[in-house]
Design a protein around this ligand. Sequence first.
Ligand code: ADE
Length: 254
Amino acid sequence: MRFHVMTLFPEMIINGLSESITGRAMEKGLFSVNAVNMRDFANNKYNHVDDYTYGGGAGMLIQPGPVYDTYQHIKDKLAREHNVDMDKKLRVLYMTPTGTPFNQSMAEEFSKEEDLIILCGHYEGIDERVIEEIVTDNVSIGDFVLTGGELPAMMIIDAVSRLIPGVLGCDESAVYESFYDGLLEYPQYTRPPVFMGKEVPEVLTSGHHQNIEYWRLEQSLKRTKERRPDLYEAYVEKNKQTLEKLIKKGKIHI
Ligand code: ADE
């Protein structure tokens, strides 16, 4: 898979993703990140890509020309080097707090693309006309405002790339057990067996796999109910019969 990031801070993207799991996966050639500096497409001698907002208001906006030219440059390169059809409608994500909140199923959907273009805003944003022209998905990473789209873009690349086969080692599974799907993960423990007087829950050292599964499900349910009541309600609604059976048999207590 190839990620193409349209940004004013390409080094931020490359440096951030070159470490750890994503860095190793790129070295192995499992995916690539091409960070393209939109300033290289400024059409003035000062290399300015921003200007005042029509209608007034604080801050500067990125102009449409350099954004469109960066997009065309990426498409041309794909056509030349990878035989990608110039007419192919490529998926272009714009990182914006006004977008659809990002989630795991969007990560799964994006991971099916061969090429994913990510547009990062800066300053007060980008001229709407070029967004209308090239963007297919407006994506937010949460209800807060950051100084730019670079950190959100890195988050998207991280979440999407870990779904590419081979990126995670066999110890780290990207697939949730289907029954836990939609719940928050249960608490986990490693050595030492006692830390600050706290023991690891007994069931986990019992070797009784079925009981461990029940305990983990119960913990996931409790945690989700407390921290994400919205997810909990949806999960209970979907799995009512199975849950009722487990409660009746005394396997889980919620
Ligand atoms: N750019 C600034 N804030 C953002 C957010 N919350 N999500 C995506 N892009 C952003």
